[in-house]
Design a protein around this ligand. Structure first.
Ligand SMILES: [Zn+2]
Length: 203
């Protein structure tokens, strides 16, 4: 049995399909076998261990077992009775700022596709504004241009609400630094993980 496959990564979701962490194939099979987790396929169907084991493992699937019986490796499992998210600091990333602000421009209040949004420093960096939860908001490109290098007061633009550090964890920490499998993407809700999840820093 290939140890590399057994040690490769499986994304673990809580029962709300929110990513909680990344585990090994070995551990994921153990969770499945114990009935604690179900495997999920790319059509979002859930499988208990026996049903999953009965699926045919096509040649392109990673699988474990013998030449006579190959069991397909799940890349995403759901913990059926687990509803918590890992505790800890919320990653200060573009994705999480957009999530905090609900993809809504904090100046004009329009909710837009993420491709039409930008990040805005409330107090511009040129005026000493920091790259922090409290000073960065989601803005549409038009408002961003209109505001330019001014504070909201200077530009006579008002923020919808005061930006704060969120208390929730919209994505698990760590694991999204390495989106290893295509199957993870629907659950990480990212088009390009590196763009969305790179930690934002003061330049
Ligand atoms: Zn706007």
């Amino acid at each position: 049995m290939a140890t590399s496959v057994l040690n490769s990564s499986v994304l673990v979701l809580n029962r709300f399909y929110q990513p909680v962490h990344v585990t090994s194939v070995k551990r994921a099979f153990s969770l499945l076998y114990q009935g604690v987790a179900k495997a999920i396929d790319q059509q979002y169907r859930l499988y208990e261990f026996e049903d999953w084991a009965a699926l045919s493992a096509a040649a392109h699937h990673d699988a474990i077992g013998t030449p006579h019986k190959r069991i397909r490796v799940p890349r995403v499992v759901v913990l059926m009775a687990y509803e918590y998210l890992p505790k800890g600091r919320v990653r200060f990333s573009r994705l999480n700022i957009y999530a905090r602000d609900q993809d809504t421009c904090q100046y004009c209040g329009r909710q837009l596709p993420r491709s039409e949004l930008n990040l805005d420093h409330v107090v511009p960096r040129a005026q000493g504004g920091k790259t922090t939860w409290e000073n960065v908001v989601c803005s549409c490109i038009a408002c961003n241009l209109k505001k330019g290098g001014r504070t909201p007061e200077q530009a006579s633009m008002r923020l919808l609400k005061k930006p704060v550090r969120p208390r929730w964890t919209p994505l698990m920490r760590g694991a999204h630094k390495r989106v290893t499998y295509r199957e993870w993407l629907p659950f990480l809700n990212v088009a390009d993980a590196s763009y969305w999840n790179v930690e934002l820093v003061d330049e």
